[in-house]
Design a protein around this ligand. Sequence first.
Ligand SMILES: Cc1cc2nc3c(=O)[nH]c(=O)nc-3n(C[C@H](O)[C@H](O)[C@H](O)COP(=O)(O)OP(=O)(O)OC[C@H]3O[C@@H](n4cnc5c(N)ncnc54)[C@H](O)[C@@H]3O)c2cc1C
Length: 413
Amino acid sequence: MISACKNVKKRKGGFVPVKAALNLVPATPLTSDLLIVGGGVLGLWAAKYAVDAGLKVTLIDKTRCGSGGSRGLLGALAPHLPNAMNDKKRFQLHALDELPGLVAQLEEQSGLSAHYGQTGRLMPIRVPGFQKRVDRCIKEAANCWDLGTRCYTFEQVEVSSYEGWVNPELAPMGLAFDSLSARIVPRSFMQVLFASVMDRIEIIEDCELFSFDQQKHRAVMRDGRVILADKIVLAAGYETYDLLRPLACADLGHGVKGHSSLFELDGVADMPSLYDNGVYIVPHGDGTVAVGSSSQNEWSDEHAVREGHCLPYIIKAKELCPALHKATFLSHWAGVRPRSYAKDPIVGALDERGSVHVLTGGFKISFGIAHRLAQALVERLSGASNPVALPASYEVAYHLAEAEKDNRGDKII
Ligand SMILES: Cc1cc2nc3c(=O)[nH]c(=O)nc-3n(C[C@H](O)[C@H](O)[C@H](O)COP(=O)(O)OP(=O)(O)OC[C@H]3O[C@@H](n4cnc5c(N)ncnc54)[C@H](O)[C@@H]3O)c2cc1C
């Protein structure tokens, strides 16, 4: 388990810095180079890169940092399949490849553990169509996943090698295994990330952005507080789309609620994750195993747990993974992930002046790419000479063009 960090008080729903706990919010407007709205995985990575670049950073969260979609249980760091490579797949490959080094650095600084492990992923092969795709990936991975320094593999393995972990009846043609997939404990990782910035930036919790005046660089909070900032980054998870609507004059995405469940099970921490037909089974380095995740487009209460959304996943998971029958149930969790209508994350400046920036929408793969998205954004806004390149479909302009095509401008408020 994680060791205690002296400056972070752990509490239900997130972490609270000592300053916010004492409610020491300044009476005169705070001024910053950069105001980051949202203390989820994307906002905290952006804060880390920005403060490393020498910017004076303020980060606000309407509740607690790490209490939104990033408070999930699953923590699968899963790549796209290694065939028909494109910019998005390459971006994710580089992100997943560099993540263990970055996590190790942050862990060393904080003395906390994120329980990261590159333990791979298994997928049962049941139908000839998937077998064909596996064959293609086996051939292409040797090129697609060869980074020179490291080469990740995609191979077909015998079910008998995973006795007790995979039900052989559900993998009649064998298993596909990739060595790039990894896993992390999201809540532990959020603590590690929070610890990396908490003493270096201003963090104000229970502080909800209401509006931002681009001319005056003036952010007004729902309770009337004012923060003056040269630039603002909207990293408010699915709520970014609401903040963007009046600024971008378009409806760019929505929140998709999901449920997952957590179990305790000893002795499986080094097993690969299992994925089949929408069900993920992710063994963690802290002796837990997570199962998920459902998707609901219609929802009213962000965190309300509906057992009916968890049970079908648990039943399927136990069929596929006999070891889970011995596991002890710990908890369910529900939260909302950001999903843009054009499917991809949205990253970059919204206006020509470069005062409003967007950083949202990794949907189910955010934890594996959040650092690289944040790095690309911060390098651009701080004028770095050779910023990390983004896939074209992540750019704000692409999302605005897609919205126009789909007439989503109609939904402007
Ligand atoms: C059930 C489920 C399972 C998932 N499984 C995985 C997985 O296995 N692997 C993976 O990579 N991803 C997974 N995801 C997706 C991932 O968790 C999310 O995409 C990611 O956490 C989103 O991070 P974020 O920083 O954009 O948003 P969030 O973590 O939601 O953070 C946004 C923050 O902004 C704050 N905020 C909102 N509005 C305002 C405002 N006006 N003013 C100030 N603050 C504001 C919120 O309080 C919140 O803390 C899963 C998600 C769910 C729901």
